[in-house]
Design a protein around this ligand. Sequence first.
Ligand code: PRP
Length: 193
Amino acid sequence: MAAEPCWYDSDVERVVVSEAEIRDKIEELAAKVAADYRSVDSILLVCVLKGAIMFLADFARALGRCGPPVELEFMAVSSYGQGTTSSGVVRILKDLDRDITGQHVLVVEDILDSGLTLSWLLRYLASRSAASVEVVTLFRKPDAVKVPLSVKYVGFDIPSEFVVGYGLDYSERYREVPYVGVLRSEVHARPAL
Ligand code: PRP
C-alpha cells in the first residue's frame, strides 16, 4: 500500500540523500566508532542543537548495539552570521551540564557548512580537559573541507546547495523530513517563511 503523501513532499524538488542511505550510513559510522573506542569505559556524545538531534537519536541507538555505553550532553550555540553564512563568532546559549574532565567526547554534528561553528567548539572543548575529543558529522559541504579541522568521522560529502531534512531546517521547518533534499525555489519566495 502506498503511503499517503506528507505535507512537505510537494515542497521538495529533489532528494539528495534518501532515508535508506542515511540509515545504512549511520550503521557504518557506529561500527567504525565502536571499533575505535572498544577499550574505553564510555563515550560522551555531545550534541549540538538543534539540527543534530535526529542524527544523535539514531546514531546513539546504533552505537548502543555495538559499542561501549554512551552518555549524552547537549549544547546550543548561536553564530553571529549574516543571513545564511556564519561568521565564526559563537555565543553559547546552552552550555554542558557537567564537567567533562577525563571523558572521551564525541561531538555529534548534523552538518559542517563553513566549518566555523565546529572550529570554535573544538577550541572550547579542548580547554575542558577531556581525555579525547573527536567529531562525527553526518553531512559535510565543500567549504568545510578547506578549514583545518580534525573530523574523524564523516557520513556524506554533499554539494554546496541549501538542503533541508533530517534535522536541517528552513526557517525552523522541515526538520522532521526523514531524508535530505533541496526545496523548490517557490518555497523560498513564500511570504510566511
Ligand atoms: C547548523 C549546523 C551546525 C552549523 C554548521 O546549525 O547544525 O551546527 O550550522 O555551520 P558552519 O559549519 O557554517 O558553522 P544552525 O546554526 O543552523 O542551528 P540549528 O542546528 O539550530 O538549525
